[in-house]
Design a protein around this ligand. Structure first.
Ligand SMILES: C[S@@+](CC[C@H](N)C(=O)[O-])C[C@H]1O[C@@H](n2cnc3c(N)ncnc32)[C@H](O)[C@@H]1O
Length: 202
């Protein structure tokens, strides 16, 4: 099973996921949510942040945000943007426990990280979230559930998923608080994504 070489894809500009703006469902979430208090007091971790559009969108609400990516080209690209607030970027593999800060995070924002990792690594994603989000903190995300055309399933990234699978993976640590199908999205994504707000059990 081949793992995606994200660094090469950034270096070659082969980044169809890169849309130049924050994910519209994040803007939608922040409009209906009292973001600053809701992010558990921060900091917020954005795993697989790419060029950091979502990081800067969240930083605009005044909370501290850390964008994480394992591609140096992605982190370098993110760092080239003008600073909005208390955002920073970190070059690391989400699954590498050596960088996991003991104090954890108050919030987690997911967007096209979960669907980018191989399905066999999903339990590791859930373990990282359980370890890194503080009790009482929040895991929010927009999950791209049906990214493939008919017949292309399983050949990602992006890899498809279901609401039930994600709830089940996070269940050892997180309760689902609220979820909806976003009304906004990048062109072609509306109706194929799922926004969810989970709370880390105390
Ligand atoms: C499909 S891209 C999405 C990037 C960004 N969220 C966006 O929408 O523009 C997936 C990102 O996750 C990063 N990534 C994949 N596996 C990772 C891991 N184990 N730890 C950290 N980042 C990872 C990749 O380098 C890539 O930037």
């Amino acid at each position: 099973m081949g793992m995606t070489d994200w660094e090469t894809r950034y270096r070659q500009g082969d980044t169809p996921w890169e849309k130049g703006t924050a994910a519209p469902p994040l803007t939608e979430l922040m409009a209906r949510w009292e973001a600053e208090s809701a992010w558990g007091g921060g900091p917020v971790l954005v795993p697989g942040c790419g060029f950091g559009h979502d990081v800067r969108e969240i930083a605009g609400s005044g909370v501290e945000v850390v964008g994480l990516d394992l591609s140096a080209a992605a982190v370098e690209g993110a760092e080239r943007f003008e600073k909005i607030g208390a955002e920073s970027y970190r070059l690391a593999d989400l699954f590498d426990r050596r960088w996991w800060p003991e104090e954890g995070y108050g919030g987690w924002w997911e967007h096209t990280c979960f669907c980018a990792i191989h399905p066999s690594d999903r339990p590791r994603y859930a373990e990282a979230a359980g370890a890194l989000v503080r009790p009482g903190g929040w895991l929010c995300g927009v999950f791209f559930l049906t990214p493939n055309d008919p017949g292309e399933e399983g050949q990602g990234p992006p890899f498809e998923s279901t609401r039930e699978e994600i709830i089940g993976l996070l269940e050892p640590w997180f309760d689902l608080v609220e979820d909806w199908v976003p009304e906004t999205g990048y062109p072609g994504r509306v109706g194929r994504e799922w926004t969810a707000i989970f709370r880390r059990r105390v």
